[in-house]
Ligand binder design. Structure first.
Ligand code: KIV
Length: 278
């Protein structure tokens, strides 16, 4: 079976056909190869790498250099999978010019196929300018982790009538500005479904219910690899954290017992040569 590269056109076609889009976060070459082989449509090199790769309490300290380093290691593994790289905090908020420059760096140096940024009407000038430069943009609404301090914590968004109306207006605004997809994070499922039905572009939900056009999870969350906290929406599809810990412990045990390395893991040397060394 020939699998063609997933592009913005694939996303539009999948929405039109009612086919669900699968996305996962990823931050390294080896894991990206596995995700591509599994057939995910797109990988997000998320600034969540601040939490799950760097052990930071939030995403605020993640830099452009971080995103480029992790992004290009993922991109090297992806032949069919679309690679979206997150624009980190303060790489696009200050000015439209900076936003375009930094989006361009994620494409040129990070080898992204698209970039993602957080916010609604306030960042529409940036979305317009970046897309005008030929760079596809994924927008992100609802719980926007770069605004964690302004939101007063990582909490479900859009629950009141006013907040829900604002979210709908922002969703229409980012679509109008040129975004080709919209991430909806931590909003009530009925609201996500309503937004999905109102939009021509696909919605990708995380904690936003099954009514979205696609889903995304942080891969450490879905594999049981991240134990600092588990969001309600993060289903564990495997318990690899425990598996890995067991393997590490077995290694420690075998090293201590002297049973690793065994003969099959060892290089031999010609005895005559060896004798001359004594
Ligand atoms: O950075 C990230 O991983 C994200 C997803 C949670 C959508 O933005």
């Amino acid at each position: 079976m020939i699998i063609l590269k997933n592009t913005v056109a694939t996303f539009a076609q999948m929405k039109a056909r009612g086919e669900k889009i699968s996305m996962l976060t990823c931050y390294d070459y080896s894991t990206a190869k596995l995700q591509e082989a599994a057939g995910v449509n797109a990988i997000l090199v998320g600034d969540s790498l601040g939490n799950v790769m760097l052990g930071l309490p939030d995403t605020l300290s993640v830099t452009m250099e971080d995103m480029i380093t992790y992004g290009r290691s993922v991109a090297r593994a992806c032949h069919n999978t679309m690679v979206v790289i997150d624009m980190p905090f303060m790489s696009y908020q200050v000015s439209v010019e900076q936003a375009v420059m930094n989006a361009g760096r994620l494409m040129k140096e990070g080898r992204a196929n698209a970039v993602k940024l957080e916010g609604g009407a306030a960042v529409c000038p940036q979305i317009k300018a970046i897309t005008s430069a030929g760079i596809p943009v994924v927008a992100h609404l609802g719980l926007t982790p770069q605004a964690v301090n302004a939101l007063g914590g990582n909490r479900v968004q859009g629950k009141s009538e006013a907040a829900a109306k604002r979210l709908i207006e922002d969703a229409l605004a980012v679509q109008e500005a040129g975004a080709f997809a919209l991430t909806l994070e931590c909003i009530p499922a009925p609201l996500a479904k309503l937004i999905t039905n109102k939009l021509d572009i696909p919605t990708i939900g995380i904690g936003a219910g099954a009514g979205c056009d696609g889903q995304i999870l942080v891969y450490q969350d879905m594999l049981g690899l991240f134990s600092d906290y588990t969001p309600k929406f993060a289903k564990h599809f495997a318990e690899l954290g425990q598996e890995m810990q067991n393997a590490f412990a077995a290694y420690v045990h075998e090293v201590q017992a002297g049973t690793f390395p065994a003969a099959e893991h060892t290089f031999n040397m010609n005895e005559d040569v060896m004798n001359k060394l004594y």
